[in-house]
Each structure stands twice: as C-alpha cells, then as structure tokens.
Write a protein that binds this ligand. Structure first.
Ligand code: ADP
Length: 645
C-alpha cells in the first residue's frame, strides 16, 4: 500500500488555528486539542484521552485538511457515521462513510471516490478490516493517518471490549509508516497501556485531558424501594433538561409511563426501539421538544445538547467508565448541573447476571470493574476525586466543593467502634460465609427462613442492632468494606474479616462510621438528630473515608479537612451562620443558580467559626478558593465584619 509522503509544509501546526476558525468557526481551542492536532500533523502516533464533549473529533478532523492523503477514521458507531459526515460536508470538507448501511450503488460511489482520492476523511467500522479488498482499496489512494475512535474497545481490561477491535492491531503491521491516533473518553492507566500495546503504537504522544468538571455536582444515595427516588428527583427539577438512566428496557418503559402520568413530558429510549423511532426521540431531545429522556446505556453517544441540567441514575451503571461518560453529558455549557445516583445492592447482582449471561470473554475483568463501581457508591470521600483518580489523573485539591461529601460533610457516629465490633463479630459468628443481607438480618433480629433454618437467632449477635433499620446496617457494612475492615468476595459477595478488622474487633484499633441516608423508618431518627445538632448536616449515603487505591494509612494521612468531625457552632456562630446563609440565598436568587454554587453549608460554617476579616484570612477558610473569593468574597466579608461590630 502506498503511504502518505511526509511532505507536510514546515510548521504545519501553525496553520491549525486558522483552519479551525475557517471551517468550524471556533476562535479558541479546548485543552489538549492543539497538542493532539500537532501530534497528528507531525505524523506521530498518539493516544488522546479527553472527556466526553472534550472535542476529540476536531483533533483528527482539522489535521486531515493539512494532509495530501485521507484520514481513515475507525468508529464502532455505524448509526452515528452519517451524523459525523453530514456536518463535515456542510462545512465544505470532502468526507464519506463506508459501512453495511449503504446500498450497493452508494457503496460503489464511495469506493470510486476513495480510489480517486476525493475524500479528506473516510469513516469506517472496524469490521471493514476483515474484508480482504479493503486494504487493497485504501492502497489505491494511500492513507495519511488512521484515527481510532472509542479506542478503549480494543482492551480486555476496558468496560466495553469489542472483539472486532482486536483486528486493528494489524494496522501498524500492514502500514508501518502511517501514523495511528487513538481516541477515548475513558481509559484507566491499565487500559491506556493496553491500547498502546495492542495497536503497537510507536513512541506515542500520550495526551490526557482534565477530567475534573467542577460545574457537575455529584451525589450518591442508596435507593429506597422502586424508582420513587428518581421520580422525586425529576419532579423537583421542573422545566430542566435531563436524562434518567436505567439498567433494563422494562424499567425505562415503566419510569417513562410514571413520569408522563405526573405530567412531565418524558420520552423513553432503548435499543429495543425501531430504527425510525430512536433518531426521532434523539432529535426531539436535541431540539428541546422533549426535556426528559429515560434511557438505557444505549442513549447518549453523539448527544449534542449543551444545557442538560441533570443526569440521574435510577440504578447503578456497570462501570465507573460508563458512569463518568454518562454523567459527563450534563452541563456541557459549563453551567451548574447535577449528577444523582441511586443504587442498591441488587444492582450489583443484576449486572453480574447480565455479564454472566452474555458470556463475555473478559467476564472476570468485568466483575472486577463492577466491583469498583459498587465501591464508589458505598465509599465515602470526595466523589470527583474518586472519579478522576480512577481514570489515572492526579488530584491535588483539598475539596471539590461539588459533591455531597464536600458540600455537606458527614456526621460521624459517636459509638462507631462499638457498632463496628457488633457487625464484625456477627460476620465471624455466622462463619464468614454470608453477604451483607444475612448479616444485617441477624443483627437487626429479622427472623428470615434462612435465619431460623440455621438457628442464627441463638447467636449472641442476634438483634444486637435491633434498633436500626436493615438498610442502615447494610450501609455500615459497606463502610467497613471500604475501610478494609471487611473483605467482600467479588463473585459471591460473602464477607470475611481482614487483619485490620480483627484489630478493631479486639479493641486494638478504632473504626469510623458515619450516618447514612435511608428512605425508610430511619428518617425520623435522623430528623431528630439533625435538630439536636444543627451544625452537622449529613451527606447522602456516605461517610468520609479513603480511596480504594490507597492504603488505610495513606487514607488517614490524605484525608481532607472535612473528615474532622465538625465542631458544633456556638450560639454566636450559629447566628452568623444564618446571616451568611441569608446572603447566600440572595446572591443565588439574583444569579438564578442553586445555593451551593455560591458556597456550601460547610464553607459557611467554617466562615462562621473562623470569622475572617481580611482577604488573606478568608482565603484560608475551608472551601474558599481564589475564584469564589473573587466572585463573592467581599460580600461575605462585609457581613462578618458587621457582625463583629
Ligand atoms: P467528544 O468526541 O470528545 O465527546 P466532540 O468532538 O463531539 O466531543 O465535541 C463536542 C462538542 O464540542 C461539539 O459540538 C464540537 O463541535 C464542540 N467543539 C469541539 N472543539 C471546540 C472548540 N475548540 N471550540 C468550540 N466548540 C468546540
């Protein structure tokens, strides 16, 4: 096959901004775009990891205009190829796609065009590479570069492995002189290395964008029964554009019907719908005719609506990669948006059975990835931090100021160690052979058939936490797993004691448990507690602990300031706190933004306690960064100064 000559004009990269402006009308580039495009025009192999909406397409489309040979784009999304090609043609860029959806006449027309070297960009599905004539066809025109979209699909370690992607390893063998650029929105460090190895990239430029999206507020909560939480959440956001994700098609249909019956115009979307129906719904959403979509994972690729204000997961997705991608569709206009996740232990079991039924080649890997997702739900600590560090990005902020943990803090339980000992002891007494459900049944004195069959009501740990609802005890179990006091078998979900757990059980170490959200009878208790300790609001469904990638010791050392149990406000501080909240309400109303965009309660509480009177003192307060200071700092300082006079 002929390969592109390297006769690119010198300093071709300098021409890129002008080309982007001329054809796309963009006057500036997004982070990493220039680097990625420069690698392309310099004919380097590259791996580009940019979040959803980060502008990956431009990174291969603009350089294609500076090459005398076409760029071949490999994309798994046959249904979206037309959507990618049409706008290019409208911009005056010769582009075409070749896939199974073309009728014979169109296919012939495109093949002739390729032979004649008419196109700058040619979109194909990876399957093309198993057709013997395809390389021959490309050989007639030559290829300037290969761009591989959704490159994580090549990796067994990824969440979306596709066997046909493995053939792309041939590219470098058959066309060693043609640069290959791989693009993905989600790739853990392990997946990244695998993409490079599988594709045989040679000294690639590895360009990783910033995955921190400070305008997205993440909240996670264990689900009550059914989808009532998700319905409530949509109801509380009238008129906003949003997506609600479910696991199953049947859930999509049921939830869509419920929301419509409540007068919220909602459309459902899943792969079981007809080929005519799906684009119609996508278009209606993109055009703003429908504001709420309830969907399975099938919805979202190629969604180009910037004002999505919420992404709600009515159930847990199957990987953090998928979660990050789906939530990444919110707030692409840069304005505040919310990502709410309602999970249950049953979601893990459901996904596990789906994975087992599909007989995936990388089944064990998928279960491991699923375990990370579940742990994200049950773990505590900054949500943004967990997401970006999972994706291999460093995290150096004390707080994101944009997740349930960092905005609201968490309430430590005063009797943590004793409660932990009761749970750990019950795990041991039931033989370390059961999951959280049975252990919680025994602890709460719930005589299920299994409890009576095994005679577990005679155990000394039976009914030890009889004053607690079962879901609360199950969440404490999750907290203990996250703190490495208990280990959970990835397949069978059985619990066993770790050495650290043994130390707590034998009173050689302490445990930290935190109040958890629960939509059942625990609510009343929480309300009572909240009135008793007004300074300690509770974040939904979590307590502050570490990241699964760090050791317990590192976790203790790395804990950001919010982990320290909040000191109750005295009456003067409480009064100032209320004044600060009133100011926050006024500012938020004026700006038509949610209150947390101004400052979270925790930052206001810290202000009320620290009583800063200068810029310098204010910047030292938890949750006050330079940007927030610039926007609001002076107004808050004024209230604090006045309260002192
Ligand atoms: P990704 O593939 O990374 O999810 P896209 O390539 O689809 O993202 O780009 C997302 C949106 O951002 C598109 O509407 C695109 O036209 C727009 N976009 C890309 N780069 C820029 C830029 N430099 N300036 C403004 N808009 C851009």
């Amino acid at each position: 096959m002929t390969t592109a000559s390297a006769n690119m004009p010198k300093r071709a990269a300098d021409q890129l901004p002008a080309i982007v402006e001329k054809y796309w009308g963009y006057t500036s580039l997004r982070p990493m775009q220039l680097e990625a495009m420069t690698a392309a025009v310099e004919r380097r192999d590259a791996l580009v990891v940019l979040p959803t909406g980060g502008g990956k397409s431009l990174c291969y489309q603009a350089p294609a205009l500076l090459s005398d040979k076409p760029t071949v784009v490999l994309s798994p999304l046959i249904a979206l190829m037309k959507d990618q090609v049409d706008p290019l043609i409208q911009r005056g860029i010769a582009a075409a796609y070749l896939n199974s959806s073309l009728d014979p006449d169109d296919r012939r027309r495109v093949c002739d065009g390729i032979r004649r070297g008419e196109y700058r960009l040619i979109f194909v599905a990876p399957e093309r590479f198993s057709s013997p004539g395809f390389f021959e066809l490309l050989g007639q025109s030559g290829v300037g570069a290969f761009a591989i979209d959704e490159a994580h699909c090549i990796s067994h370690w990824g969440h979306d492995f596709r066997a046909e992607y493995r053939q792309l390893g041939q590219l470098k063998q058959r066309c060693p002189d043609v640069p290959v650029q791989a693009f993905t929105a989600t790739a853990t460090p392990r997946v990244r290395d695998d993409i490079i190895a599988q594709l045989g990239l040679s000294e690639p430029a590895v360009l990783v964008g910033d995955f921190f999206r400070p305008n997205l507020v993440y909240r996670v909560q264990r689900r009550g029964s059914g989808f009532g939480d998700a319905v409530d959440a949509v109801r509380q956001r009238p008129g906003q554009a949003g997506i609600v994700y479910c696991i199953r098609r049947a859930d999509v249909d049921a939830l869509t019907a419920t929301l419509n019956s409540e007068g919220i115009a909602t459309a459902g979307y899943h792969a079981g719908m007809s080929d005519e129906e799906r684009p119609r719904i996508q278009d209606a959403f993109a055009a703003g005719h429908v504001n709420v979509i309830v969907a399975t994972v099938a919805f979202g690729m190629g969604i180009d609506r910037a004002d999505i204000r919420f992404v709600i997961h009515a159930a847990m997705p199957k990987s953090l990669e998928q979660y990050q991608q789906e939530t990444g569709r919110a707030g692409r206009d840069g304005k505040p948006a919310e990502c709410l996740l309602f999970y249950s232990g049953g979601d893990f079991g459901l996904w596990k059975s789906i994975i087992d039924n599909t007989e995936a080649a990388n089944r064990d890997e998928q279960i491991r990835i699923l375990g990370h997702m579940y742990r994200y739900c049950t773990a505590t600590g900054c949500r943004h931090r967990k997401l970006v560090t999972y994706l291999g990005q460093a995290w150096d902020r004390a707080s994101c100021e944009a997740c349930d943990f960092c905005i609201e803090g968490a309430v430590p339980l005063p009797d943590s160690t004793v409660i932990a000992q009761k749970i750990l002891s019950c795990v041991v007494r039931t033989g370390q052979r059961f999951g959280a459900g049975h252990v919680a049944d025994v602890l709460t004195g719930n005589v299920t058939p299994r409890v009576s069959e095994r005679g577990d009501e005679k155990l000394s740990t039976f009914n030890l936490l009889g004053d607690q609802p079962k879901p609360v005890v199950m969440q404490w179990v999750d907290q203990l797993v996250d703190q490495d006091l208990l280990a959970r078998d990835p397949d069978y979900r059985t619990l066993s004691l770790t050495p650290h757990g043994g130390a707590v059980l034998h009173s050689e170490a302490d445990a930290n448990l935190y109040e958890v959200a629960h939509s059942g009878k625990g609510k009343q208790r929480r309300r009572e507690r909240a009135t008793a300790t007004p300074t300690a609001p509770r974040a939904a469904g979590f307590s502050p602990r570490g990241d699964p990638h760090t050791t317990p010791r590192q976790r203790r050392e790395e804990r950001p300031s919010p982990v320290a149990p909040p000191r109750p406000l005295d009456s003067d501080e409480q009064e100032l706190f209320e004044q600060l909240r009133a100011l926050r309400r006024r500012i938020a109303d004026e700006m038509s933004v949610p209150a947390f965009v101004v400052f979270g309660d925790k930052a206001l509480r810290a202000m009320a306690q620290a009583r800063p009177t200068t810029e310098r003192e204010m910047l030292a307060v938890w949750g006050v960064g330079p940007a927030k200071y610039e926007a609001f700092g002076e107004q808050f300082l004024e209230v604090i100064r006045e309260s002192a006079s």
